[in-house]
Design a binder for this molecule. Structure first.
Ligand code: UD1
Length: 422
């Protein structure tokens, strides 16, 4: 059943909204249970489609995945009897590649379908593969599958990532935890989601030095499965940024709760540069209206820089600033699909390669718009909150991949939004 969101623009927002667990932390952590010898219960799992897809992938491999409720998942990977991640799952979700490291480390072989291109760019996995080769894996591409073998298991190695890669770091850290000997990694991603993967492994007794830095030294268990304790997923910093943008674009005072402000430093600094007030109290972040919304200059980079996953939302927010904002997308070559849809609402945005110049202050009018990828879609929802009239955002299955109860949370803040069937 295809759904769309009907949004009537113009409502002021108020109140608080609870932030869910981070999808991008939960996915590698679910994959990581493949190297556990015991059942693991993961709490604060977000109830979103990508999590269901990863659970399906783990079940296909032979693991049991049981949801005690929408936000608590118990995985028992002791019975895994397949090492193949098939095309029909991987094509739904690129992050399926996260099973590559754990499967190869545990079984000494695996076959993972190549993710192929995706809407926001080419997104190769060469860095994952070359790191595994350094650890002794033999890798071939056969019929669209990565076929990896490592007889006798993976071996510790010295690896320098040519580029910072989030899922690449998670894959290799997890593989190194089960390898024979010591792995030294340089240029590791610093994202909080990568840090949590390291922390869960460390809590399972893996010796890891340098957690939270770009240089890690990991002592492998020599192929022995780990005893992983139950844990809770960190809050979703991108979801928090999105709701704060909803407050900002409507120039309303709203709060997000259950968030981690430390993970949002670059984002919160941009709100302040634009003239909004930010108040932090424990796990609650409040945004206060601006007297005059100033334009912004954004360059997306790796953590702790401004996240590419919040770029589309700030592009929408820039539409209500007084002046021209510049948004420079450095991570993905084609991540401005929201721009042509926003133009249908009257947005004045000029694209020059990877840089968008957003003329703020013009009137936005409601329209039928189409979601194209997860974060681009949230920009359309944000713009619809201030556009004159009733907008319809179609193909919201993209939003459902990563936002838990989106319309329920927006409604709780006072937005005039409904989910309807096409
Ligand atoms: C993760 C996030 C995604 C986020 C992105 C960047 C998950 C599940 N997804 O994606 O939401 O937008 O980080 O913060 O956590 N690259 C290569 N070769 C590789 C791997 C990456 O050239 O082998 C390039 C990519 O094309 C891209 C850059 O490195 O330009 C960063 O990509 P990467 O950090 O790997 O993104 P993902 O882990 O796929």
């Amino acid at each position: 059943m295809m759904h769309f969101l009907r949004i009537k623009g113009g409502a002021k927002l108020s109140g608080e909204v609870g932030i869910s667990g981070a999808k991008n932390a939960a996915l590698p952590l679910m994959a990581l249970t493949l190297i556990s010898k015991n059942r693991v219960t993961i709490r604060n799992i977000p109830n979103v489609a990508d999590i269901k897809t990863m659970a399906q992938l783990l079940r296909n491999l032979g693991a049991s995945c049981e949801f005690a409720n929408e936000n608590s998942l118990t995985i028992d990977a002791s019975g895994v009897n397949s090492t193949t991640a098939t095309y029909d799952i991987v094509r739904k979700m690129r992050a399926s590649i996260l099973v590559l490291g754990p499967l190869l480390a545990r079984f000494g072989r695996c076959e993972v379908s190549l993710p192929g291109g995706c809407a926001i760019g080419q997104r190769p996995i060469d860095l994952h593969l070359s790191a595994l080769e350094k650890m002794g894996a033999n890798i071939e591409i056969k019929q669209g599958y990565v076929v990896a073998t490592a007889e006798g298991g993976l071996k510790g190695a010295n690896i320098v990532f040519d580029k910072v890669t989030v899922t690449g770091s998670e894959n290799i850290v997890t593989a190194a935890a089960l390898a024979h000997g010591t792995t030294r990694l340089l240029n590791v991603a610093l994202e909080p989601e990568v840090v949590q993967v390291c922390e869960i492994l460390a809590a399972a007794g893996v010796k890891i030095e340098g957690i939270g830095t770009s240089e890690l030294t990991i002592e492998g268990s020599g192929g022995k499965l780990l005893k992983i304790s139950d844990f809770e997923v960190i809050p979703d910093r991108i979801e928090a940024a999105t709701y704060l943008c909803a407050g900002a674009i409507t120039n309303s005072k709203i709060s997000v709760t259950g968030a981690n402000a430390k993970h949002l430093t670059a984002v919160l600094a941009k709100f302040e540069e634009m003239g909004f007030g930010i108040r932090i109290s424990g796990d609650k972040i409040t945004i206060l209206p601006a007297e005059k919304i100033r334009p912004c200059e954004i360059v997306t980079t790796e953590y702790p820089g401004f996240p590419t996953d919040a770029q589309a939302q700030f592009t929408a927010l820039s539409l209500v600033a007084n002046g021209v904002s510049t948004i420079d997308e450095r991570l993905f070559e084609n991540r401005f699909m929201h721009v042509s849809e926003l133009a249908r609402m009257g947005a004045d945005i000029r694209l020059n390669g990877h840089i968008a110049s957003v003329q703020g202050g013009g009137e936005l009018n409601a329209a039928d718009v189409m979601a194209t990828d997860l974060r681009a879609s949230s920009a359309l929802v944000l713009a619809a909150l201030v556009a004159k009239g009733v907008s319809r955002v179609h193909r919201i299955y993209h939003l459902d991949r990563g936002y838990e109860n989106l319309e329920i949370k927006l409604k709780a803040l006072g937005a005039d939004v409904e989910r309807l069937e096409e």
